[in-house]
Design a protein around this ligand. Structure first.
Ligand SMILES: [Mg+2]
Length: 282
């Protein structure tokens, strides 16, 4: 598939949905030149939405972290995270008891602030779990792998409660060559040991796309799926999600998918983007 210059392509759409990691930023920080692309899109009146499988930060914290990297001017309504989807679900479905979680207090604070109490799995007394009403895999930090994952399994063996995965990514890149296990990876490990299926939020599930699309229609008026381009570096989340939702998709080669094996990955996965661009700045 031929590489397409990004900006002329994106400007044919009324809205672009951008993945964050591998598209706007990477392990080193902001990808050089993305400010210019964002500014050009805004100038042409193309609406921008960031769709990220990141449950560790609230929308406001996402915006602050972009600003710290040198990308200013994003507004709350432009950022949609898998954490938000998990939060909406918990607010509407879990109405009593305590929500137990694996992750950091910081992410727990924004996702779980629905009026219900929340408790880190490390603080749970397994002999006293009558009031634990749900469990959430929040993020990949803030717990002891050995102690807290074992405790999670024992809790879920003792009590059958809804289990929510706030970020379904299995791995995330930490340097040019290395990855680390993300919350979705830990959740899958526990699922496979327990022969259970948990409730996963984030791309490739389409709930983030539906949410972004509906909100966009409310803000800018009539728009169809044909007017939207999904841009991401990951075939299995961004491109599969965009394809399932029914919008055009662009794979960028600035992150997870390398130029030298993009064709291979597309052929072996069967997940076919409509376009490929080297990055959003090329
Ligand atoms: Mg990405």
């Amino acid at each position: 598939m031929e590489l397409q210059p990004f900006l002329p392509l994106a400007q044919k759409f009324r809205a672009v949905f951008l993945d964050s990691y591998g598209v706007l930023k990477n392990y080193k920080g902001l990808i050089d030149g993305v400010q210019d692309t964002i500014a050009s899109l805004r100038e042409k009146g193309v609406a921008i939405r960031i769709l990220t499988n990141d449950a560790s930060r609230s929308q406001e914290q996402q915006i602050e972290s972009f600003a710290r990297l040198g990308l200013d001017g994003f507004e709350t309504h432009e950022v949609i995270t898998s954490g938000m989807m998990a939060k909406h679900f918990l607010q509407s479905k879990i109405t009593e008891g305590k929500i137990a979680y694996l992750g950091t207090e910081n992410s727990a604070h924004y996702i779980l602030q629905s009026g219900l109490q929340h408790i880190a799995v490390r603080d749970i007394d397994l002999d006293n779990i009558a009031d634990v009403s749900a469990f959430v895999f929040l993020d990949d930090e803030g717990f002891d792998w050995n102690i807290d994952i074992n405790k999670t399994i024992n809790l879920l063996r003792r009590k059958n409660i809804p289990v929510i995965v706030a970020n379904s990514d299995k791995l995330y890149p930490v340097s040019k060559n290395d990855v680390a296990v993300a919350a979705g990876g830990i959740a899958r490990l526990v699922e496979s040991m327990m022969n259970r299926k948990f409730i996963h939020f984030g791309k490739p599930d389409t709930q983030m796309f539906t949410y972004a699309y509906n909100r966009l229609k409310q803000r800018i008026g009539p728009i169809t799926k044909k007017d939207i381009l999904m841009v991401g570096d990951n075939l299995n989340t961004d491109i599969l999600g965009g394809n399932k939702f029914g919008v055009k998709t662009t794979l960028v080669l600035s992150g997870n998918t390398r130029e030298d094996n993009a064709e291979n990955q597309i052929n072996s996965s069967g997940i076919i983007p409509d376009f490929i661009s080297r990055s959003i700045i090329a």
